[in-house]
Design a protein around this ligand. Structure first.
Ligand code: AMP
Length: 435
Protein backbone atom coordinates (compact mmCIF):
# COMPACT_ATOMS: atom_id res chain seq x y z
CA UNK A 1 0.00 0.00 0.00
CA UNK A 2 1.27 3.45 -0.87
CA UNK A 3 1.13 4.73 2.66
CA UNK A 4 1.96 8.32 1.74
CA UNK A 5 -1.02 8.58 -0.55
CA UNK A 6 -3.56 6.48 1.35
CA UNK A 7 -5.62 7.86 4.23
CA UNK A 8 -5.86 5.84 7.45
CA UNK A 9 -8.66 3.27 7.41
CA UNK A 10 -12.00 4.57 8.58
CA UNK A 11 -11.24 8.24 7.81
CA UNK A 12 -12.62 10.40 5.01
CA UNK A 13 -11.44 13.30 2.90
CA UNK A 14 -14.13 15.91 2.39
CA UNK A 15 -13.56 17.43 -1.04
CA UNK A 16 -14.63 20.91 -2.19
CA UNK A 17 -17.49 19.36 -4.16
CA UNK A 18 -18.99 17.91 -0.93
CA UNK A 19 -18.16 20.48 1.74
CA UNK A 20 -20.96 22.90 0.79
CA UNK A 21 -23.39 20.16 1.85
CA UNK A 22 -21.60 19.79 5.17
CA UNK A 23 -21.55 23.53 5.73
CA UNK A 24 -25.27 23.70 5.01
CA UNK A 25 -26.13 20.86 7.41
CA UNK A 26 -23.91 22.22 10.19
CA UNK A 27 -25.24 25.77 9.74
CA UNK A 28 -28.85 24.57 9.75
CA UNK A 29 -28.45 22.48 12.90
CA UNK A 30 -26.45 25.11 14.79
CA UNK A 31 -28.95 27.81 13.92
CA UNK A 32 -31.88 25.62 14.95
CA UNK A 33 -30.08 25.17 18.28
CA UNK A 34 -29.56 28.94 18.50
CA UNK A 35 -33.35 29.40 18.25
CA UNK A 36 -33.59 27.35 21.44
CA UNK A 37 -30.92 29.44 23.14
CA UNK A 38 -27.96 27.11 22.60
CA UNK A 39 -24.55 28.71 21.97
CA UNK A 40 -21.77 26.79 20.24
CA UNK A 41 -18.95 25.31 22.35
CA UNK A 42 -15.61 23.98 21.05
CA UNK A 43 -13.47 21.77 23.23
CA UNK A 44 -10.10 20.06 22.60
CA UNK A 45 -9.92 17.08 20.25
CA UNK A 46 -8.02 15.18 22.92
CA UNK A 47 -8.46 15.04 26.68
CA UNK A 48 -6.85 13.24 29.59
CA UNK A 49 -7.71 9.55 29.26
CA UNK A 50 -9.11 9.49 32.81
CA UNK A 51 -11.89 11.86 31.73
CA UNK A 52 -13.41 9.25 29.44
CA UNK A 53 -12.81 6.38 31.85
CA UNK A 54 -14.79 8.31 34.46
CA UNK A 55 -17.10 10.26 32.19
CA UNK A 56 -18.23 7.65 29.67
CA UNK A 57 -17.95 4.69 31.99
CA UNK A 58 -15.64 1.74 31.87
CA UNK A 59 -18.37 -0.81 31.15
CA UNK A 60 -19.09 0.70 27.73
CA UNK A 61 -17.68 -0.65 24.46
CA UNK A 62 -16.61 2.86 23.54
CA UNK A 63 -14.21 2.93 26.49
CA UNK A 64 -13.32 -0.74 26.67
CA UNK A 65 -12.50 -1.40 23.07
CA UNK A 66 -12.69 1.65 20.90
CA UNK A 67 -10.60 4.47 22.33
CA UNK A 68 -7.69 6.07 20.51
CA UNK A 69 -5.38 6.35 23.47
CA UNK A 70 -1.70 7.20 23.39
CA UNK A 71 1.07 8.42 25.63
CA UNK A 72 2.35 11.87 24.70
CA UNK A 73 5.94 13.10 24.90
CA UNK A 74 5.32 14.26 28.48
CA UNK A 75 4.40 10.68 29.41
CA UNK A 76 0.71 11.54 29.92
CA UNK A 77 -2.04 9.30 28.67
CA UNK A 78 -4.34 11.23 26.35
CA UNK A 79 -7.32 10.08 24.27
CA UNK A 80 -8.95 11.40 21.11
CA UNK A 81 -12.54 12.15 22.15
CA UNK A 82 -14.87 9.24 21.38
CA UNK A 83 -17.94 11.43 22.07
CA UNK A 84 -18.78 14.96 23.10
CA UNK A 85 -20.51 14.86 26.47
CA UNK A 86 -17.55 14.15 28.81
CA UNK A 87 -15.33 16.90 27.34
CA UNK A 88 -18.16 19.42 27.42
CA UNK A 89 -19.00 18.62 31.03
CA UNK A 90 -15.31 18.98 31.91
CA UNK A 91 -15.17 22.35 30.11
CA UNK A 92 -18.35 23.54 31.84
CA UNK A 93 -16.89 22.70 35.27
CA UNK A 94 -13.43 24.10 34.52
CA UNK A 95 -14.82 27.39 33.21
CA UNK A 96 -17.26 27.80 36.07
CA UNK A 97 -20.32 27.58 33.83
CA UNK A 98 -22.28 25.32 36.16
CA UNK A 99 -22.26 27.78 39.06
CA UNK A 100 -24.91 30.30 38.13
CA UNK A 101 -27.03 31.49 35.21
CA UNK A 102 -28.39 27.99 34.75
CA UNK A 103 -29.56 26.38 32.57
CA UNK A 104 -26.37 26.18 30.58
CA UNK A 105 -27.24 25.38 26.96
CA UNK A 106 -24.47 24.50 24.53
CA UNK A 107 -24.33 23.04 21.03
CA UNK A 108 -21.41 21.55 19.14
CA UNK A 109 -20.24 20.15 15.83
CA UNK A 110 -16.98 18.25 15.96
CA UNK A 111 -15.01 15.17 15.08
CA UNK A 112 -14.97 12.05 17.28
CA UNK A 113 -12.75 9.00 17.13
CA UNK A 114 -13.54 5.36 17.77
CA UNK A 115 -11.45 2.38 16.83
CA UNK A 116 -14.31 0.47 15.20
CA UNK A 117 -14.49 -1.96 12.32
CA UNK A 118 -14.69 0.50 9.45
CA UNK A 119 -17.60 0.07 7.02
CA UNK A 120 -20.11 2.24 5.19
CA UNK A 121 -21.61 4.59 7.75
CA UNK A 122 -19.16 3.50 10.46
CA UNK A 123 -15.87 5.34 10.58
CA UNK A 124 -12.92 5.78 12.91
CA UNK A 125 -13.11 9.53 12.57
CA UNK A 126 -16.67 10.77 12.32
CA UNK A 127 -18.54 13.96 13.11
CA UNK A 128 -21.35 14.70 15.49
CA UNK A 129 -23.76 17.54 16.00
CA UNK A 130 -25.17 17.63 19.49
CA UNK A 131 -26.35 19.71 22.41
CA UNK A 132 -26.08 19.56 26.19
CA UNK A 133 -28.30 21.36 28.67
CA UNK A 134 -27.23 21.53 32.31
CA UNK A 135 -29.07 22.45 35.46
CA UNK A 136 -32.73 22.07 34.42
CA UNK A 137 -34.36 18.95 35.80
CA UNK A 138 -38.03 19.28 34.83
CA UNK A 139 -39.81 17.45 32.02
CA UNK A 140 -40.12 20.65 29.93
CA UNK A 141 -36.36 20.51 29.40
CA UNK A 142 -36.57 16.94 28.13
CA UNK A 143 -39.35 17.91 25.74
CA UNK A 144 -37.40 20.97 24.59
CA UNK A 145 -34.24 18.96 23.85
CA UNK A 146 -36.20 16.28 21.99
CA UNK A 147 -38.04 18.98 20.08
CA UNK A 148 -34.73 20.59 19.10
CA UNK A 149 -33.39 17.32 17.67
CA UNK A 150 -36.68 16.69 15.88
CA UNK A 151 -37.03 20.18 14.40
CA UNK A 152 -33.37 20.24 13.30
CA UNK A 153 -33.88 17.03 11.34
CA UNK A 154 -37.23 18.23 9.94
CA UNK A 155 -35.65 21.49 8.79
CA UNK A 156 -33.09 19.48 6.83
CA UNK A 157 -35.99 17.84 5.01
CA UNK A 158 -35.42 14.30 6.33
CA UNK A 159 -38.41 12.06 5.68
CA UNK A 160 -39.94 9.12 7.56
CA UNK A 161 -38.42 10.13 10.89
CA UNK A 162 -39.56 8.16 13.91
CA UNK A 163 -39.00 9.19 17.49
CA UNK A 164 -38.86 6.55 20.21
CA UNK A 165 -38.71 7.51 23.89
CA UNK A 166 -38.20 5.58 27.07
CA UNK A 167 -37.47 6.20 30.72
CA UNK A 168 -34.77 4.21 32.45
CA UNK A 169 -35.62 5.58 35.87
CA UNK A 170 -33.38 6.99 38.57
CA UNK A 171 -30.73 5.09 40.58
CA UNK A 172 -33.36 4.23 43.21
CA UNK A 173 -35.86 2.52 40.94
CA UNK A 174 -33.10 1.10 38.79
CA UNK A 175 -31.65 -0.87 41.68
CA UNK A 176 -34.86 -2.94 41.79
CA UNK A 177 -34.89 -3.23 38.06
CA UNK A 178 -31.26 -4.39 37.88
CA UNK A 179 -32.11 -7.11 40.36
CA UNK A 180 -35.01 -8.35 38.23
CA UNK A 181 -32.98 -8.11 35.06
CA UNK A 182 -30.05 -9.97 36.53
CA UNK A 183 -32.33 -12.75 37.73
CA UNK A 184 -33.88 -13.05 34.27
CA UNK A 185 -30.61 -13.13 32.33
CA UNK A 186 -28.96 -15.37 34.91
CA UNK A 187 -31.44 -18.08 33.92
CA UNK A 188 -30.32 -17.77 30.28
CA UNK A 189 -26.63 -17.14 31.04
CA UNK A 190 -25.31 -19.99 28.88
CA UNK A 191 -27.04 -18.65 25.77
CA UNK A 192 -25.67 -15.10 26.08
CA UNK A 193 -22.62 -13.95 24.14
CA UNK A 194 -19.34 -13.65 26.03
CA UNK A 195 -19.56 -9.84 26.27
CA UNK A 196 -23.07 -10.04 27.69
CA UNK A 197 -21.99 -12.57 30.30
CA UNK A 198 -19.53 -9.94 31.51
CA UNK A 199 -22.26 -7.28 31.29
CA UNK A 200 -24.41 -9.47 33.50
CA UNK A 201 -22.00 -8.83 36.35
CA UNK A 202 -21.27 -5.16 35.72
CA UNK A 203 -24.35 -3.63 34.13
CA UNK A 204 -27.15 -5.97 32.97
CA UNK A 205 -29.02 -3.13 31.19
CA UNK A 206 -26.29 -3.08 28.57
CA UNK A 207 -27.42 -6.54 27.44
CA UNK A 208 -30.60 -4.92 26.13
CA UNK A 209 -28.35 -2.96 23.75
CA UNK A 210 -26.46 -6.00 22.40
CA UNK A 211 -26.29 -6.29 18.61
CA UNK A 212 -26.05 -10.11 18.62
CA UNK A 213 -29.30 -11.67 17.33
CA UNK A 214 -29.35 -14.36 20.05
CA UNK A 215 -28.99 -11.84 22.89
CA UNK A 216 -31.50 -9.59 21.11
CA UNK A 217 -34.05 -12.42 21.07
CA UNK A 218 -33.48 -13.20 24.76
CA UNK A 219 -33.72 -9.49 25.62
CA UNK A 220 -37.21 -9.36 24.11
CA UNK A 221 -38.61 -11.33 27.03
CA UNK A 222 -36.69 -9.37 29.70
CA UNK A 223 -38.50 -7.34 32.39
CA UNK A 224 -39.35 -3.81 31.22
CA UNK A 225 -37.81 -0.90 33.06
CA UNK A 226 -41.08 1.02 32.73
CA UNK A 227 -42.70 -1.47 35.11
CA UNK A 228 -40.13 -0.60 37.79
CA UNK A 229 -40.28 3.21 37.72
CA UNK A 230 -40.82 4.98 41.05
CA UNK A 231 -43.68 7.46 41.34
CA UNK A 232 -41.53 10.53 40.59
CA UNK A 233 -39.95 8.94 37.52
CA UNK A 234 -43.35 7.83 36.23
CA UNK A 235 -44.80 11.35 36.66
CA UNK A 236 -41.78 12.86 34.91
CA UNK A 237 -42.09 10.48 31.96
CA UNK A 238 -45.82 11.03 31.64
CA UNK A 239 -45.34 14.80 31.59
CA UNK A 240 -42.68 14.50 28.87
CA UNK A 241 -45.17 12.54 26.77
CA UNK A 242 -47.92 15.11 27.31
CA UNK A 243 -45.59 17.92 26.26
CA UNK A 244 -44.51 16.07 23.11
CA UNK A 245 -48.16 15.51 22.21
CA UNK A 246 -48.89 19.20 22.81
CA UNK A 247 -46.02 20.09 20.46
CA UNK A 248 -47.39 17.73 17.77
CA UNK A 249 -44.26 15.60 17.83
CA UNK A 250 -45.24 12.00 17.11
CA UNK A 251 -43.47 9.32 19.16
CA UNK A 252 -43.63 5.74 20.31
CA UNK A 253 -42.49 4.27 23.61
CA UNK A 254 -39.70 1.75 23.20
CA UNK A 255 -38.68 -0.01 26.39
CA UNK A 256 -35.62 -1.39 24.60
CA UNK A 257 -33.80 1.96 24.46
CA UNK A 258 -31.16 2.07 27.17
CA UNK A 259 -28.31 4.12 25.58
CA UNK A 260 -24.60 3.67 26.10
CA UNK A 261 -23.52 6.06 28.87
CA UNK A 262 -23.41 4.81 32.43
CA UNK A 263 -25.01 7.96 33.82
CA UNK A 264 -28.28 8.09 31.93
CA UNK A 265 -31.35 8.61 34.12
CA UNK A 266 -35.00 8.95 33.26
CA UNK A 267 -35.69 10.11 29.69
CA UNK A 268 -33.77 8.49 26.83
CA UNK A 269 -34.69 8.78 23.16
CA UNK A 270 -33.68 7.91 19.63
CA UNK A 271 -34.67 9.30 16.26
CA UNK A 272 -34.42 6.86 13.35
CA UNK A 273 -35.22 6.59 9.68
CA UNK A 274 -35.96 3.26 7.99
CA UNK A 275 -32.67 1.44 7.52
CA UNK A 276 -30.83 3.76 9.93
CA UNK A 277 -31.76 3.16 13.54
CA UNK A 278 -30.64 5.73 16.11
CA UNK A 279 -29.41 8.36 13.68
CA UNK A 280 -29.79 10.62 16.70
CA UNK A 281 -29.65 9.43 20.29
CA UNK A 282 -29.75 11.16 23.62
CA UNK A 283 -31.07 11.38 27.10
CA UNK A 284 -30.89 12.77 30.59
CA UNK A 285 -27.95 12.02 32.86
CA UNK A 286 -27.17 12.67 36.48
CA UNK A 287 -23.97 12.22 38.39
CA UNK A 288 -21.57 12.99 35.54
CA UNK A 289 -20.59 16.46 36.75
CA UNK A 290 -20.21 15.24 40.33
CA UNK A 291 -18.22 12.25 39.19
CA UNK A 292 -15.79 14.63 37.47
CA UNK A 293 -15.45 16.75 40.61
CA UNK A 294 -18.00 19.43 39.68
CA UNK A 295 -21.28 20.50 41.26
CA UNK A 296 -24.25 18.15 41.47
CA UNK A 297 -25.96 19.30 38.28
CA UNK A 298 -27.99 17.14 35.93
CA UNK A 299 -27.58 17.26 32.18
CA UNK A 300 -29.54 16.24 29.13
CA UNK A 301 -28.37 16.10 25.55
CA UNK A 302 -28.21 14.23 22.29
CA UNK A 303 -25.80 13.58 19.45
CA UNK A 304 -26.34 12.80 15.79
CA UNK A 305 -23.76 11.38 13.43
CA UNK A 306 -23.33 13.74 10.50
CA UNK A 307 -21.87 11.20 8.04
CA UNK A 308 -24.97 9.05 8.43
CA UNK A 309 -27.30 12.03 8.43
CA UNK A 310 -25.91 13.34 5.14
CA UNK A 311 -25.89 9.84 3.66
CA UNK A 312 -29.60 9.47 4.47
CA UNK A 313 -30.37 12.95 3.12
CA UNK A 314 -28.70 11.99 -0.17
CA UNK A 315 -30.57 8.67 -0.30
CA UNK A 316 -33.86 10.43 0.35
CA UNK A 317 -33.16 13.07 -2.29
CA UNK A 318 -33.31 15.98 0.20
CA UNK A 319 -32.58 19.43 -1.20
CA UNK A 320 -29.16 20.98 -0.69
CA UNK A 321 -28.49 24.59 -1.62
CA UNK A 322 -26.45 25.24 -4.76
CA UNK A 323 -22.80 25.88 -3.97
CA UNK A 324 -21.37 29.35 -4.67
CA UNK A 325 -20.86 29.62 -8.41
CA UNK A 326 -18.41 31.66 -10.44
CA UNK A 327 -20.18 34.85 -11.52
CA UNK A 328 -17.56 35.93 -14.03
CA UNK A 329 -14.43 34.53 -15.62
CA UNK A 330 -12.07 37.14 -17.11
CA UNK A 331 -9.85 35.59 -19.75
CA UNK A 332 -6.84 37.55 -20.98
CA UNK A 333 -4.28 37.59 -23.75
CA UNK A 334 -0.93 39.28 -23.13
CA UNK A 335 0.68 40.78 -20.06
CA UNK A 336 -1.12 44.14 -19.99
CA UNK A 337 -4.51 42.44 -20.34
CA UNK A 338 -3.63 39.93 -17.61
CA UNK A 339 -2.87 42.84 -15.27
CA UNK A 340 -6.17 44.53 -16.11
CA UNK A 341 -7.96 41.19 -15.60
CA UNK A 342 -6.42 40.88 -12.14
CA UNK A 343 -7.30 44.49 -11.27
CA UNK A 344 -10.93 44.04 -12.31
CA UNK A 345 -11.16 40.65 -10.59
CA UNK A 346 -9.96 42.15 -7.31
CA UNK A 347 -12.35 45.10 -7.59
CA UNK A 348 -15.34 42.83 -8.23
CA UNK A 349 -14.47 40.43 -5.44
CA UNK A 350 -14.45 43.38 -3.05
CA UNK A 351 -18.05 43.95 -4.09
CA UNK A 352 -18.92 40.35 -3.27
CA UNK A 353 -18.85 38.79 -6.73
CA UNK A 354 -17.19 35.41 -7.30
CA UNK A 355 -14.71 36.19 -10.07
CA UNK A 356 -11.75 34.30 -11.48
CA UNK A 357 -8.95 35.05 -13.93
CA UNK A 358 -6.22 32.91 -15.45
CA UNK A 359 -3.45 31.66 -13.15
CA UNK A 360 -1.96 29.14 -15.55
CA UNK A 361 -0.77 31.24 -18.49
CA UNK A 362 -3.07 29.33 -20.82
CA UNK A 363 -4.29 30.23 -24.32
CA UNK A 364 -7.62 32.09 -24.51
CA UNK A 365 -9.24 28.96 -25.94
CA UNK A 366 -8.04 26.88 -22.97
CA UNK A 367 -9.13 29.64 -20.55
CA UNK A 368 -12.64 29.60 -22.00
CA UNK A 369 -12.77 25.83 -21.73
CA UNK A 370 -11.88 26.21 -18.06
CA UNK A 371 -14.56 28.91 -17.59
CA UNK A 372 -17.06 26.43 -18.97
CA UNK A 373 -15.82 23.66 -16.72
CA UNK A 374 -16.20 25.71 -13.53
CA UNK A 375 -19.68 26.78 -14.62
CA UNK A 376 -19.01 30.54 -14.86
CA UNK A 377 -22.21 32.52 -15.47
CA UNK A 378 -20.47 35.20 -17.53
CA UNK A 379 -17.13 35.49 -19.25
CA UNK A 380 -15.13 38.23 -20.92
CA UNK A 381 -11.93 38.20 -22.97
CA UNK A 382 -9.40 41.04 -22.55
CA UNK A 383 -6.66 41.63 -25.13
CA UNK A 384 -4.74 44.64 -26.47
CA UNK A 385 -7.65 45.78 -28.66
CA UNK A 386 -10.11 45.74 -25.73
CA UNK A 387 -7.66 47.74 -23.63
CA UNK A 388 -7.23 50.26 -26.44
CA UNK A 389 -10.94 50.70 -27.12
CA UNK A 390 -11.87 50.58 -23.42
CA UNK A 391 -14.67 48.12 -24.19
CA UNK A 392 -15.02 44.32 -24.14
CA UNK A 393 -17.73 41.72 -24.85
CA UNK A 394 -19.52 40.36 -21.80
CA UNK A 395 -20.80 36.91 -22.67
CA UNK A 396 -23.55 34.99 -20.93
CA UNK A 397 -22.21 31.45 -20.92
CA UNK A 398 -25.54 29.63 -20.89
CA UNK A 399 -26.87 31.30 -24.05
CA UNK A 400 -23.66 32.39 -25.78
CA UNK A 401 -25.15 35.88 -26.25
CA UNK A 402 -22.79 38.83 -25.74
CA UNK A 403 -22.99 42.60 -25.36
CA UNK A 404 -20.37 45.32 -25.13
CA UNK A 405 -19.34 46.49 -21.67
CA UNK A 406 -17.23 49.50 -20.75
CA UNK A 407 -14.00 48.79 -18.88
CA UNK A 408 -14.03 52.26 -17.30
CA UNK A 409 -17.57 51.70 -15.93
CA UNK A 410 -17.27 47.98 -15.58
CA UNK A 411 -18.59 47.60 -12.06
CA UNK A 412 -21.91 49.49 -12.41
CA UNK A 413 -22.59 47.96 -15.81
CA UNK A 414 -21.81 44.45 -14.62
CA UNK A 415 -23.93 44.99 -11.54
CA UNK A 416 -26.86 45.99 -13.74
CA UNK A 417 -26.40 42.81 -15.76
CA UNK A 418 -26.35 40.66 -12.67
CA UNK A 419 -29.54 42.27 -11.41
CA UNK A 420 -31.76 41.25 -14.26
CA UNK A 421 -30.20 43.37 -16.95
CA UNK A 422 -29.79 43.18 -20.66
CA UNK A 423 -29.58 39.40 -20.97
CA UNK A 424 -32.83 38.77 -19.19
CA UNK A 425 -34.51 41.48 -21.29
CA UNK A 426 -33.07 39.98 -24.48
CA UNK A 427 -34.30 36.52 -23.55
CA UNK A 428 -37.76 37.94 -22.87
CA UNK A 429 -37.80 39.78 -26.21
CA UNK A 430 -36.73 36.60 -28.01
CA UNK A 431 -39.54 34.71 -26.33
CA UNK A 432 -42.07 37.35 -27.51
CA UNK A 433 -40.85 37.04 -31.10
CA UNK A 434 -41.19 33.25 -30.87
CA UNK A 435 -44.80 33.64 -29.83
P1 AMP B 1 -23.40 7.38 20.29
O1 AMP B 1 -22.51 8.34 21.00
O2 AMP B 1 -22.79 5.99 20.15
O3 AMP B 1 -24.80 7.36 20.80
O4 AMP B 1 -23.49 7.92 18.80
C1 AMP B 1 -24.21 9.05 18.45
C2 AMP B 1 -24.38 9.08 16.95
O5 AMP B 1 -23.11 9.14 16.32
C3 AMP B 1 -25.00 7.80 16.42
O6 AMP B 1 -26.37 7.91 16.39
C4 AMP B 1 -24.42 7.65 15.04
O7 AMP B 1 -25.23 8.33 14.12
C5 AMP B 1 -23.08 8.35 15.15
N1 AMP B 1 -21.94 7.41 15.23
C6 AMP B 1 -21.51 6.68 16.29
N2 AMP B 1 -20.43 5.96 15.99
C7 AMP B 1 -20.14 6.23 14.68
C8 AMP B 1 -19.12 5.80 13.78
N3 AMP B 1 -18.17 4.96 14.13
N4 AMP B 1 -19.14 6.30 12.52
C9 AMP B 1 -20.09 7.16 12.12
N5 AMP B 1 -21.07 7.61 12.93
C10 AMP B 1 -21.11 7.15 14.20
Amino acid sequence: MAILTTRPRGTNDFLPAETPRWQYVERTLLSTAALYGYGEIRTPTFEHTELFLRGVGDTTDVVNKEMYTFTDKGDRSVTLRPEGTAGICRAAIENGLLGDALPLKVSYVFNCFRYEKAQRGRYRQFHQFGVECYGATGPVTDAEVISLAWEGMQTLGLKDLTLAVNSIGCPTCRAEYHKALRAYFERRREELCETCRERLEKNPMRILDCKSPVCGEIAKGAPRVLDYLCGDCRDHFEKVQTLLKDADIPFTIDAGIVRGLDYYTRTVFEISVPGFPALCGGGRYGGLSRQLGGPDVEGIGFAMGLERLIMVMEQQGCDFPEPQQCDLYIASMGEAAAEEAFRLTTQLRREGYAVQCDLMGRSVKAQMKYANKIGALYSMVLGDSELQSGSAQLKQMATGTAKPISLAHFLPEFETEMQNGWFAAAAEAAEKIDR
